[in-house]
Design a binder for this molecule. Structure first.
Ligand SMILES: Nc1ncnc2c1ncn2[C@@H]1O[C@H](COP(=O)(O)OP(=O)(O)OP(=O)(O)O)[C@@H](O)[C@H]1O
Length: 990
């Protein structure tokens, strides 16, 4: 075990809570610097991971590294984003609690890279199957698509995400990723029409122009030259050395098809991208009346072609002046792009959605990759939203961190000591409170007809919340502050510091799209556009929601999602603005430490105890410092630790002993103990090294022995468990998983004491982990093995029950009734299969026999028959006669209703002259019968469960129909109007 404090990790401290002077920002930054210089880019603040972007590839993301972090405790290995990933995954699996990982930091700090690394970690280390591989691929491939449409080159980052992203990864009961869901926030739409100098539009525009096939570009009316397009020349940044648009185009095209976009959908999507470029090239001229008219006919032609618009006016439907016309055009471009982006995210979500009902209760790990605090020279509505979002996240952080601290104290039986911290709720309220919050005031001004303007908004702010301690304006500020504020600014005192926001343009930013545009867009034949601009929206007479309110609502939803999960944090820091490896810019980093609230994080974490460890870990490390505990302590662990710390001279205020852990208040106490350990090692010299090696050898032997003992205990436990359940089972269709889970749960509840007393493993968490490992190694085989030994039929039963569950669970009404019943090999109840029939089947092995009712083709008369399944075919027998033989290879499919009846249809090929059409049968053991057919014929995927009716072929090209209704107490099947009408009993009325 690599300890938390090995020589390499003594480069600074690997956990900031161990900093001697934890209130000093300088000491904090110095620690970051020391570690950064050694390529140690990760450091903890308790369980929060601080990550500094290395701007170079480090050899720390290999498969070997992933393995090193798999199933290992946080403090046993050096800090890493994999440790956070693994910890969340394990908590999700063992504590059955949804998790989320919140990644924040400023642009270019490495958030997206961190989230990709987490995703890759799960893709590599989680269990897999073919189906899971597809989901993993889609999860991974959603990245290049979202990056193409949502990322752009900015001055700060060549691949900057211009939207916030929250992604749920869903895991099934085996811990395999089976689905996902993405929520997007605040796409920077203004980039579509304007880019600052040295920046670019969204990547997709350049990728399409550089990489798109000749044919495609011709269809879209595009030229292979970005300089031709007004929307691509604003930033004057055509080429970026780190970006290869042509090869990125190929990656995106491939990703789109992996995710499941059809060729038509891709074409329509690209049509929209092209139409935005054409829109941007529309020029206006001024009429004598002062009204604008469109001067660029060709653009209009292309635009019409791309959007499949029926009509494309070259005159404006409302008279606008030149400036208004241009801004209406730009507003339309932004709206089209923004809504298409949302459509794209929804489409990806459909492809990531895991449909199987079985996993409705999937466990979830959420990844939030969202912009950190932003403070620029000029801060607009966008920064206001971003910083408001960060206030909310800080509030969540404080609430949840304090809560988890409090929970731990409680679990350990230590009295809670209140922590003094700044509660930023007051700022969140200032922004979001109903009627008197900043957003409400903004809404009011936005929707107020008449003379509302950015300045009236500012005035209203002054009148309504002017007296608030966290807000000031130029007019209200004192002389000193006024000097650094513009007249059109208001200042918020955020938890992380002061920010001046300029109100210029704030009203137009928050306004919803003018209704003229949706009308035009609704006329388009482009399916994506019609979905984006819903007609219903036009008819909706309610006041449209402003962008600020929409953001507030989506943020509230996000908080709800995060609140329901256990959070982990990754705080990313950018070391320099030049994107250079090895450069550590103090000023820039101090700025981020401040705005990420890291000192506040540390203060909260350090408010109680700086260091806590399980008794065993602590005793193991320091026992050589006390004669009574060296070389081994025989009594209770808590007594051993108590003896040890008393011997070391710890004062009562320096530490507390909990139920399973020691809590040390100050790092200096721990460091003194560490120093004592160093000295002790030296003074004992080589003999000790030898002695310790010898001792370690013995310990390892003992550990192995104890592991074997524990494995035996666990094995006995399972054996007993299965034995006890043998009486009552099978009562759960997921018996195997039920055994596994119950085993783990019982293990947690029952075993610790008994095993603990036998000294291995000593801590409950270690025990859970050990059991996880053991489960991986032994469980599958053991459970099968035991089932086999107790009752050889069991393994068979379990396999069949699982197939039945996969086909019918939540799909057919009488499935639950079948669960507690054993599946049988024959249902003939002593009836013999006629020897002549057996003879005619020759050497084919009989697998299943069941009495059935066959409905014949003439008037659906019901006749008793036997259905036999052999290894090769299904046979229908009437007394001594083999009436019909259906080879599995020829069985086209099986249809059954979703109700509680037992009627099913075996579909056979119509061209087969030997067959006289499909076979309509009824079995009293429908689930069992069809599961056997599915297994014998290997046709689990060919069973169709229908609502309402089944159509089948009667022979000679005629069609028959079976209608299903539910209602009567008994199963009734009778011919009615040429249909077979089946009334299935309502099971819940029984
Ligand atoms: N762990 C890492 N190892 C190597 N390089 C990294 C790492 N993290 C980030 N980088 C480099 O920094 C660049 C910027 O990182 P990233 O795009 O993740 O930043 P970001 O915080 O998501 O920024 P934005 O908010 O603008 O999207 C990456 O393109 C990559 O070159």
């Amino acid at each position: 075990m690599e300890s938390a404090l090995t020589a390499r990790d003594r480069v600074g401290v690997q956990d900031f809570v161990l900093l001697e002077n934890h209130t000093s920002e300088a000491a904090f930054i110095e620690n970051l610097r020391k570690r950064f210089k050694e390529n140690l880019i990760y450091t903890y603040i308790g369980s929060v991971l601080v990550s500094v972007n290395p701007y170079k590839d480090l050899e720390i993301y290999t498969k070997n590294h992933m393995e090193r972090y798999r199933g290992v405790n946080f403090y046993e290995v050096s800090p890493h984003v994999y440790a956070v990933s693994d910890n969340s995954y394990r908590s999700m699996r063992t504590e059955h609690k949804d998790q989320c990982i919140l990644i924040s930091g400023e642009s270019g700090a490495g958030k997206t890279e961190a989230s990709k690394k987490i995703l890759q970690y799960y893709a590599v280390t989680c269990p897999a199957s073919d189906q899971v591989e597809t989901v993993k691929d889609r999860l991974l491939q959603s990245n290049p698509v979202l990056e193409a449409f949502g990322n752009a080159k900015t001055l700060r980052n060549d691949n900057s995400s211009r939207f916030g992203k929250y992604m749920d990864i869903q895991f099934d009961f085996k811990g395999a990723p089976v689905g996902g869901h993405i929520l997007n926030y605040l796409l920077e739409k203004s980039r579509v029409v304007h880019q600052n100098h040295g920046e670019r539009n969204f990547h997709i525009f350049y990728q399409l122009i550089e990489g798109g096939e000749e044919d495609l570009l011709r269809r879209l009316g595009l030229e292979r030259n970005p300089q031709q397009y007004q929307y691509l020349v604003k930033g004057n940044c055509p080429k970026v050395s780190s970006i290869n648009d042509r090869s990125d185009w190929k990656v995106v095209r491939k990703a789109l098809s992996v995710i499941g976009f059809s060729e038509d959908e891709v074409e329509e999507l690209l049509n929209i991208i092209a139409s935005v470029l054409h829109l941007g090239n529309i020029q206006y001229g001024g009429e004598d009346s002062g009204n604008a008219y469109i001067t660029t006919d060709t653009q209009i032609k292309y635009l019409a072609r791309c959007t499949h618009g029926n009509t494309t006016p070259t005159t404006l439907s409302h008279p606008l002046n030149l400036e208004q016309a241009s801004s209406a055009r730009d507003a339309l471009s932004k709206a089209v792009y923004g809504r298409t982006f949302t459509w794209l995210v929804n489409k990806i979500n459909v492809s990531l959605a895991y449909m199987d009902e079985t996993y409705k209760n999937a466990s979830v790990i959420g990844l939030l990759d969202i912009y950190g605090f932003e403070v620029f020279q000029h801060n607009s509505f966008e920064q206001f939203c971003i910083n408001y979002c960060n206030e909310k996240l800080q509030q969540l952080f404080i609430e949840l961190t304090l809560k988890s601290e409090q929970d731990e104290y409680e679990a350990e039986g230590i009295t809670w000591e209140p922590v003094q911290y700044f509660n930023n709720k007051i700022i969140c309220d200032l922004v979001e409170e109903k009627f008197k919050g900043i957003i409400s005031i903004l809404d009011e001004e936005c929707l107020r007809p008449g003379d509302a303007s950015d300045i009236t908004f500012l005035e209203k702010l002054e009148n309504t919340v002017g007296g608030h301690a966290h807000l000031t304006t130029h007019k209200l500020a004192d002389g000193k502050t006024r000097k650094v504020m513009g007249r059109e600014e208001f200042r918020l005192l955020h938890y992380a510091g002061e920010v001046n926001y300029n109100v210029n343009g704030v009203l137009s930013c928050t306004h919803s799209l003018c209704v003229v545009h949706p009308q035009v867009m609704c006329m388009s034949d482009n399916k994506i556009l019609t979905q984006c601009f819903d007609r219903a929206e036009l008819k909706d007479s309610k006041r449209p929601e402003t962008a600020a309110t929409q953001f507030k609502t989506s943020l509230a939803k996000l908080m709800e999602i995060l609140m329901s999960k256990e959070p982990s944090y990754v705080r990313c820091i950018k070391p320099n603005d030049a994107k250079q490896a090895g450069r550590f810019d103090d000023v820039l980093i101090r700025h981020q430490v401040k705005y990420l609230g890291l000192m506040e994080n540390l203060r909260v974490r350090r408010a109680g105890f700086a260091y806590r460890r399980h008794y065993e870990t602590f005793l193991q490390r320091y026992k050589s410092l006390c004669p009574e505990t060296w070389p081994s302590w025989q009594g209770k662990l808590a007594d051993g630790v108590s003896t040890l710390v008393k011997h070391l001279g710890y004062k009562p205020e320096e530490y507390k002993l909990g139920r399973s852990k020691i809590f040390i208040r100050f790092p200096k106490t721990l460091f003194a103990t560490e120093d004592a350990l160093e000295t002790r090692k030296h003074s004992l010299g080589e003999r000790v090294t030898y002695h310790m090696a010898w001792w370690r050898g013995i310990l390892a032997c003992r550990r192995a022995q104890r592991k074997r003992q524990a494995a035996n205990t666990i094995r006995r436990f399972i054996k007993g468990f299965i034995y006890r359940h043998n009486e009552r089972c099978p009562e759960n269709e997921y018996f195997l998983d039920y055994v596994r889970y119950s085993f783990l749960m019982k293990l947690r509840r029952n075993l610790p004491k008994s095993v603990l007393d036998k000294s291995w493993p000593t801590a409950p968490t270690a025990l859970i982990e050990a059991s996880e490992q053991l489960r991986k190694l032994y469980m599958q085989n053991m459970v099968w093995g035991y089932c086999k030994r107790i009752n050889p039929e069991w393994k068979h039963q379990l396999e069949q029950k699982m197939v039945a569950s996969e086909i019918f669970k939540n799909k057919k009404d009488n499935y639950p009734q079948s669960v507690p019943k054993l599946f049988m090999g024959t249902r003939l109840n002593g009836e013999e299969i006629n020897p002549k029939v057996l003879q005619s089947l020759g050497s084919e092995k009989m697998k299943y026999a069941v009495p059935v009712t066959k409905y014949d083709r003439k008037g659906y008369k019901a006749r008793p028959r036997q259905l036999l399944l052999t290894s090769n075919c299904a046979v229908i027998v009437e007394e001594a006669k083999l009436k019909q033989r259906i080879d599995y290879a020829a069985l086209k499919g099986i249809s059954v209703s979703s109700l509680s009846d037992g009627v099913f249809v075996l579909h056979v090929p119509t061209e087969d002259k030997k067959q006289k059409g499909d076979v309509v049968l009824q079995s009293d053991h429908i689930i069992e019968t069809l599961t056997k057919v599915a297994i014998c014929a290997d046709k689990a995927n060919s069973i169709n469960i229908n609502q309402g009716s089944i159509t089948f072929t009667m022979g000679q090209g005629k069609e028959g129909i079976i209608d299903f209704t539910s209602g009567s107490e008994l199963l009734v099947a009778k011919a009615k109007n040429g249909h077979l009408s089946v009334t299935a009993p309502r099971l819940n009325s029984r």
